[in-house]
Design a protein around this ligand. Structure first.
Ligand code: DC
Length: 198
């Protein structure tokens, strides 16, 4: 039986690191669903229609160059608010979730909309200040901490405030707050929660 782990939470809370570690631990497949929105956003920057761009996404697109840029992140956050874009990306994610022997998907609405039947749902979060501090430490382009914090807050507001699939924990999600948690401890908490359901 396939086993799905849904990991949601705001940007820079540690979802990706925890998801990759969990997938490695169990030998599961891993999908960073934010990349689907980033590919769509990148194509919109290139001039395509958002819905047509989302419908055209194929697995090979997830390796496209430039998906991590701030401009693409901004475009992704905007296209993610369009209901038809989200609908166009649904089947891709649901198919991936049922791959053998199991799959880890991280995003914003995996436990609430994409895989409400997931065997395990985690909601990984951290304070906005701490997430901005982590993002800022990764940058070397002179962007100030205050600018990063403002960007984190703006994206949070868009992700939680949109009417379609807003960012929020599923009622049965296990909350992991990484504000004061080292990465090893956060991964251990995730594995503990998953072991409890296996
Ligand atoms: O996780 P990320 O920064 O790569 O996500 C990029 C944008 O896509 C982010 O603003 C929220 C959106 N997103 C979403 O709405 N639903 C998902 N499952 C994943 C990402």
């Amino acid at each position: 039986m396939p086993f799905t782990v849904a990991i949601d939470g705001p940007a820079a809370a540690g979802k990706g690191t925890i998801s990759r570690a969990v997938a490695r631990h169990y030998g599961f497949r891993y999908l960073d669903t934010g990349l689907l929105y980033r590919v769509t956003g990148q194509r919109v920057i290139e001039g395509q229609d958002p819905v047509a761009a989302a419908r055209a996404v194929v697995p090979g697109d997830l390796d496209r160059a430039g998906l991590r840029s701030a401009a693409v992140a901004e475009a992704a956050s905007r296209v993610a608010a369009i209901a038809e874009v989200r609908a166009a990306l649904l089947a891709f994610q649901r198919q991936f979730a049922r791959l053998d022997p199991g799959a880890v998907l991280d995003g914003r609405d995996i436990g609430t909309v994409i895989c409400p039947e997931a065997e395990v749902k985690l909601f990984v979060t951290a304070s906005a200040g701490e997430r901005a501090r982590r993002r800022h430490a990764e940058l070397s382009d002179g962007t100030t901490y205050d600018a990063v914090l403002a960007d984190v807050k703006a994206r949070d507001e868009r992700d939680t405030g949109r009417s379609d699939a807003p960012l929020r924990p599923a009622p049965d999600a296990v909350i992991i707050d990484t504000t004061e948690l080292a990465i090893d401890a956060a991964v251990a908490a995730a594995i503990h929660a998953i072991d409890a359901r296996r």
